[in-house]
Ligand binder design. Structure first.
Ligand code: GTP
Ligand code: MG
Length: 364
């Protein structure tokens, strides 16, 4: 199977592109809106003699297999092909069990399983990595000078201030000139909370009380390598909150980055991501990966908001900072490696059952 993603303004245009490139036999694996609903992405598969996406999945699988099992199996040991229906069924069931235990909603689950099934890999954890790689995008936060100011936005308590502190610490360690501005000037103790971190890093914390103020601050900090902006917690379902945030983002040369707590309800997290994407958010930082046990919300946010995975936070310690999320890293939270893996799997399969779950393939 060959996997390919297509981008277009409308679903009709995207389907047309799929047909032109892959023909009538293409199988639609996944669809999602991007850019706040202004464009769509369609991932489709077609039978192929020497599939590029499968080759990529093999490469990832090879590396991942090494980590999972401590030794590399002969290629033929872990690669199975499509006519092995039984292998594919048990692969799908294992992935479904794991995703159900993480509260992944059916729409997202179906797309991941469909994708995993066409990758011609027989180890579920590896097929899962391949599916995460094919379906989602990964754009880590910059560790070099960055032209746009990075504004961390999200719901109250999502971890925005800690992410700003962590990114600032990383920039300082990378010998970058970093400036930190906070627009969270109303909540009691908000400035002091961030100041506790910036003082340690020897950074002067700037405050911006209005959009005009923020514009001036950014203009005066143009010589810095990175400008990081903290914001107050936003209720995405309150128009007044969203309007105020949109005003801040609109002052120019700002990239809003969604900060999202990993353990939220999956469907609600997806809805929030969708709303934030309408403000121009393109990537997200996931926090509290150390506390969360159900990560369906993260997959839902990527799917519903068309968002790219940036970094993740799994500690309150600023020094331990942020790590980029890759397909492999993300998959490792669903399929713990080594000895954890067996016990996690048996625990998960005793908690969930696939028998009532139905999946659909859409042909294009
Ligand atoms: N264990 C753990 N705690 C975290 C993580 N990220 C943030 N926290 C904690 O979550 C709480 C909220 O973090 P903040 O950074 O203040 O969140 P915020 O989004 O700025 O909150 P508001 O400004 O009130 O909207 C704090 O106690 C943080 O220490 C994480 O990755 N792991
Ligand atoms: Mg805060």
């Amino acid at each position: 199977m060959r996997l390919k993603s297509f981008y277009a303004k409308t679903m009709t245009e995207a389907m047309q592109l799929v047909r032109e490139a892959l023909g009538e036999d293409a199988i639609i694996i996944a669809t999602r809106e991007e850019n706040g609903g202004k464009s769509v992405r369609v991932t489709a598969a077609i039978e192929d003699d020497m599939p590029a996406a499968t080759a990529r999945a093999r490469a990832i699988a090879f590396e991942f297999g090494q980590e999972l099992h401590g030794s590399v199996a002969d290629e033929d040991d872990w690669l199975q092909y499509d006519d092995e229906i039984d292998e594919n069924d048990s692969l799908a069931e294992t992935i479904i069990d794991v995703m159900l235990s993480h509260g992944v909603p059916e729409e997202v689950l179906d797309q991941i399983v469909n994708c995993a099934e066409v990758l011609s890999v027989d180890e579920p954890s590896i097929a899962f990595v391949g599916a995460l790689d094919s379906l989602f995008t990964y754009t880590p936060l910059p560790s070099v000078p960055y032209k746009k100011a990075l504004m961390f936005v999200g719901t109250p308590g999502a971890g925005k201030t800690l992410v700003v502190a962590k990114q600032a610490a990383r920039a300082v360690l990378d010998d970058l000139k970093v400036a930190v501005i906070t627009t969270d000037v109303v909540r009691a103790g908000a400035i002091e909370q961030l100041q506790a971190f910036t003082k340690l890093l020897n950074i002067e914390l700037k405050t911006a009380r209005t959009a005009e103020d923020l514009k001036r601050q950014i203009a005066s900090l143009r010589h810095m390598d990175q400008i990081l902006i903290d914001t107050p917690g936003i209720n995405p379902f309150a128009t007044s909150d969203m309007t105020a945030l949109a005003r801040l983002i609109a002052v120019g040369d700002i990239e809003p980055v969604l900060t999202i707590a990993a353990a939220g309800d999956a469907i609600e997290t997806g809805e929030m991501a969708r709303i934030f994407s309408a403000l121009g958010v393109k990537r997200m930082v996931a926090t509290r990966l150390d506390i969360a046990r159900r990560l369906g919300g993260l997959l839902c946010a990527a799917q519903q908001g068309g968002l790219s995975f940036a970094d993740y936070s799994a500690t309150t310690s600023v020094a331990d900072g942020l790590e980029p999320l890759s397909p492999r890293k993300l998959a490792s939270f669903f399929f713990p490696s080594g000895s954890d893996q067996k016990s996690a799997r048996s625990e998960q399969s005793s908690q969930t059952s696939t028998s009532s779950h139905s999946r659909h393939k859409t042909t294009g």
